[in-house]
Design a protein around this ligand. Structure first.
Ligand code: AMP
Length: 297
């Protein structure tokens, strides 16, 4: 496994692989790797000839007062995990090479970056799309793999790739969870034992919503209210948002349609966690109703 720091060397490596006809898979990360990252890495290993990951805590996606400085970093551990997972290259660029003093070009996906996390983290998705566009130009992947834990990010990256005609296949994979349901996240390392207990309320509330939908609830505000009450009943919790929206446009919904995204961001103490699930409304079973009518005229 190689660890590459320089942009030029990374581009050269990828160019060589492409010339040899090799298919390149890419997993961008901010490091402090966990099983969630490993699921993306495994997919890349199985679906390409060359697997590249990046470890880069990207300053432009952190707002003022956010945790850029505190974000957990352990490159030695990350490289060991990557080596065991048979990663070919760990790309670890320097902040100053990615963003030299005269840097002034940004990529913005306009509407999709506004709602949900975008409303609470101004500039966050501009930072994400800018760094991912840069990484795509440096790593030159054929496929890029993202987690649907960051559902909005995945939707935005897909849109950027489509709008800019980037010749890259974007894959989204399901959220990997701890044994008790907490979505894996590098930020979970911030949580105290008591905060972690409260953090479980995110996953539990997703299940609560699914149960409500299964028993016929279609009113979005009823579901959202119940979830908010439940989360706020736990200590240390402060809700940023709980929203039910279209999984494609991320626009709010009033009544559940066949597929909806339930997404939330909650602060547990100082730690901001996100989670989401798809709510699926079972199709009305017209035939089954007819059948009942025939049996009970
Ligand atoms: P991060 O290092 O947090 O920026 O995440 C890098 C990639 O891993 C992103 O595409 C995330 O969506 C994905 N990821 C993070 N946590 C998980 C998880 N629990 N399950 C699946 N993918 C994840």
């Amino acid at each position: 496994m190689q660890v590459i720091q320089s942009v030029g060397q990374m581009q050269q490596f990828s160019e060589n692989m492409r010339t040899q006809g090799k298919k390149i898979a890419f997993v961008p990360t901010m490091g402090f790797l966990h099983e969630g990252h490993l699921s993306l890495i495994d997919y890349g290993r199985k679906n390409a000839d060359v697997l590249i990951i990046s470890v880069f805590v990207n300053p432009t996606q952190f707002g003022e007062g956010e945790d850029f400085q505190e974000y957990p970093r352990d490159l030695v551990r990350d490289c060991e995990i990557a080596r065991k997972a048979r990663v070919d290259v760990v790309f670890v660029p320097e902040v100053l090479e990615m963003y030299p003093k005269d840097f002034q070009t940004y990529v913005t996906v306009e509407s999709l970056s506004q709602p949900l996390c975008g409303a609470f983290r101004p500039g966050h998705f501009r930072g994400v799309t800018t760094v991912v566009a840069k990484l795509f130009n440096i790593v030159k992947p054929h496929i890029a793999i993202f987690g649907k834990k960051d559902f909005q990010q995945w939707v935005i990256i897909r849109k950027m790739v489509k709008d800019l005609n980037l010749d890259i296949e974007v894959i989204g994979l399901p959220t990997v969870r701890e044994h008790d349901g907490l979505a894996m996240s590098s930020r979970n390392s911030y949580l105290t034992k008591e905060e972690r207990d409260s953090a479980l309320s995110l996953y539990q509330s997703l299940n609560m919503a699914k149960d409500m939908v299964a028993s016929g609830e279609r009113n979005v505000s009823q579901i959202v209210c119940k979830i908010k009450d439940f989360i706020l009943s736990k200590p240390y919790t402060k809700i940023e948002y709980v929203k039910i929206c279209s999984p494609d446009t991320l626009e709010d919904m009033e009544t559940l349609e066949d597929k909806a995204l339930l997404a939330m961001a909650v602060k547990i103490g100082k730690t901001r966690l996100i989670d989401n699930t798809l709510l699926e409304v079972a199709k009305e079973k017209a035939n089954a109703t007819d059948h009942v009518k025939i049996q009970n005229p």
